[in-house]
Design a protein around this ligand. Structure first.
Ligand code: XLS
Ligand code: CA
Ligand code: CA
Length: 438
């Protein structure tokens, strides 16, 4: 059975190609700055958007026409696994990501739910073995079921906290079983709706307790995946605790969790927080916490999480610039397409086109960012812009040798201050030039 129309593996044909099922920029074996594109980008398909979701929205039912629509229960779960490995093969993508609830239906009891999961994990493991595909990360869905109405690790109900712990324990075991390279914590309902009924201090302390238990358990079972926090400011709760990268980092530092976690930065979450994607990546990078990315984009005219496939070359270029400047690049992380086709793009082939568009956008971003770095375009501007901190009083400040007294003495005898232009418009036009010429 083919779910995506018996397509052959997508090939690179170059930027002149008019073939909709060919890569225009993603050439997996092309070397850039000493690594292949495949190694730099480590693309992943998100199970929930491409196999579990059906295109429904708050106003209407699903529109997606899929070859697995006629199945239910465990048969449906099995068909989706087949579809997943078929798509990975077609796209020549090495990784995938899932929530526990994406891959197996919830049973009537936790025992039954876990049995369903165990069966599906065994099936996925077989498929991974025969195909060579890998799990970039797994995670636990602690937001869909009504039991999480008040949160999971930040609920007011200790029984729910215990259930969530049991769920993550199982997910960590499955991550280990499948050799997941990362494990993601996105606090779907970890936030609040109103302070009038919320013990903010206890909820945050409990979240930290929960994460410490996860770190300990992973260590105990020898699961050495990189742990990632995925910040998001709102949706589903009005205020999410992991608001943005800076907020998540200060939380981790306060609770002595910083050494165990990096960030999974999602583009659409950055824009919801009032930041650019590159801002969030930069904040993570300079704090040694850039772990992985969820590649998608929001719609600037809509204030919610639209999870569109990323096609904006400006953003993919600046994102790849941050990744290339990161120590070790994307490292154990990857570029996960946490993105869904629009409701009106309901045919299976649209899922293929959408991934090709996203992969080409990041491949193109990689090419331009690499050239910018090679030519030290931004580095030389920045070096010069901060030159005053390389010698004299600036060097003293940086070396920790200055105090308010020495700085006052300097300022009192100093010549009139001269500032220089930041040249923002010039830099933007140089960036445009690189984007069209490279
Ligand atoms: C939702 C999040 C979610 C995480 C994984 O907005 O992006 O899908 O990536 O739970
Ligand atoms: Ca995400
Ligand atoms: Ca999202």
């Amino acid at each position: 059975m083919s779910y995506f129309g018996n397509l052959q593996k997508i090939q690179y044909e170059g930027r002149q190609s008019a073939n909709p099922t060919a890569f225009k920029f993603y050439n997996p074996d092309q070397e850039i700055l000493g690594k292949t594109m495949r190694e730099h980008l480590r693309f992943a398909v998100a199970y929930w958007h491409s196999f579990t979701a059906n295109g429904s929205d708050p106003f209407g039912v699903g529109t997606a026409a899929r070859g697995w629509d006629s199945y239910t229960g465990m048969d449906l779960a099995k068909a989706r696994v087949e579809a997943c490995f078929e798509l990975l093969q077609i796209l020549d993508v090495d990784y995938f990501c899932f929530h526990d609830r994406d891959i197996a239906p919830e049973g009537n009891t936790l025992q039954e739910t876990n049995r369903n999961l165990d069966k599906m994990v065994a099936l996925i493991k077989e498929n991974m073995k025969s195909s060579g595909k890998k799990l970039l990360w797994n995670t636990a869905n602690m937001f869909t079921h009504p039991r999480f109405v008040h949160g999971a690790a930040t609920t007011n109900n200790a029984d729910v906290f215990a259930f969530a712990a049991a769920q993550v324990k199982k997910a960590l075991e499955h991550g280990k079983e499948l050799g997941a390279e990362n494990y993601v914590f996105w606090g779907g309902r970890e936030g609040y709706e109103t302070l009038l009924n919320t013990d903010l201090g206890l909820e945050l302390d409990n979240l930290a307790r929960f994460l410490h238990m996860a770190v300990e358990y992973a260590k105990e079972i020898g699961f050495d995946a990189q742990f990632l926090i995925e910040p998001k400011p709102k949706e589903p709760t009005k205020h999410q605790y992991d608001f943005d990268v800076a907020t998540a980092l200060s939380f981790l530092q306060k609770y002595d969790l910083a050494p165990y976690f990096k960030m999974n930065v999602e583009a659409n979450h950055a824009t919801l927080a009032g930041h650019t994607f590159e801002h969030e990546l930069r904040v993570a990078r300079i704090n040694g916490a850039l772990g992985s990315i969820d590649a998608n984009q929001g719609d600037m005219l809509l204030g919610w999480d639209t999870d569109e496939f990323p096609t904006d070359l400006y953003t993919s270029t600046l994102a790849m610039y941050e990744i290339l400047r990161n120590d070790g690049g994307i490292g154990r992380g990857g570029v996960n397409f946490d993105a869904k086709v629009r409701r009106a793009s309901f045919e299976p082939i649209d899922v293929v086109y959408a991934h090709i568009a996203g992969m080409d956008s990041f491949a193109r971003g990689l090419q331009v960012a690499a050239k910018l770095i090679e030519d030290r375009v931004l580095e030389s501007v920045i070096d010069e812009r901060y030159a005053s901190f390389k010698s004299g009083i600036g060097a003293d400040i940086v070396a920790g040798k200055a105090s308010f007294r020495t700085l006052e003495a300097y300022a009192l005898q100093n010549k009139p201050i001269v500032n220089r232009s930041g040249r923002q418009e010039l830099l933007k036009s140089v960036l445009n030039q690189y984007m069209s010429n490279v």
